[in-house]
Design a protein around this ligand. Structure first.
Ligand SMILES: [Fe+2]
Length: 216
């Protein structure tokens, strides 16, 4: 499938700009923090009612194509790159990452809510981190639905670590994020840990962002 052939160059570039956030234990100064590679553990957040009751037939990491279909999901393409690490910054190979979010119209696909949903959008996808703890999804920017800021739900299963269920937010939506009841409940370090910056990609196909997930 298309997703297995996508270039890794962009991820390598983004890894170079990886932010380090948070303070753990006795590590206090920024220099010490960088040296120790300390990370703020990604805060758990509510799973919400839209985790798939039944996994769709197509559960790969390309959410913009359904199965062998050729028609793509509508919406601005989003390449979600990232890495799963522990609180010391050690990558976790083989961790399973799941994401689910609404389509560009703000409709979740775990149940057919109405006929207006984008039938070409997969709604849910999963992947495993490679030998460097890296993962990749190809999807669209989630739409909006009443009462929430834009977000992507995710779950991470990493051997020897607590299963993490949380949500990812977008830095460009910060005004709306700060009005969001769930986002508001986080400390500023936690907000930073679940907020991703996205940038236009060179080939003009939408945007790309890098999101590090830190498991406890
Ligand atoms: Fe949601």
């Amino acid at each position: 499938m298309e997703n297995s052939n996508i270039s890794r160059r962009r991820m390598v570039g983004l890894l170079g700009a990886l932010p380090v956030a948070g303070v753990v234990g006795a590590v206090t100064s920024k220099a010490e923090m960088l040296q120790a590679g300390a990370r703020t553990v990604t805060p758990p957040q509510t799973e919400g009612p839209f985790y798939p009751r039944t996994k769709p037939a197509d559960i790969d990491n390309n959410l913009i194509l359904m199965g062998e279909g050729i028609e793509r999901a509508t919406g601005e393409q989003l390449e979600l790159l990232g890495r799963v690490v522990d609180r010391h910054g050690n990558h976790i190979s083989g961790a399973k990452v799941e994401i689910w979010h609404c389509d560009h119209l703000g409709v979740y696909h775990h149940v057919r809510l109405d006929d207006t949903q984008d039938e070409h959008f997969q709604g849910y996808g999963e992947t495993r981190c490679d030998g460097e703890g890296k993962y990749r999804f190809l999807t669209v920017q989630p739409g909006l639905y009443p009462g929430r800021t834009r977000h992507i739900h995710f779950k991470v299963f990493a051997e020897g670590h607590r299963t993490l269920t949380s949500q990812l937010y977008f830095e460009q939506d910060m005004k709306a994020n700060l009005r969001d009841g769930i986002y508001q409940g986080l400390t500023s370090a936690e907000k930073k840990a679940v907020t991703m910056q996205v940038n236009p990609v060179n080939d003009g196909k939408g945007r790309s962002g890098f999101f590090e997930i830190v498991v406890a």
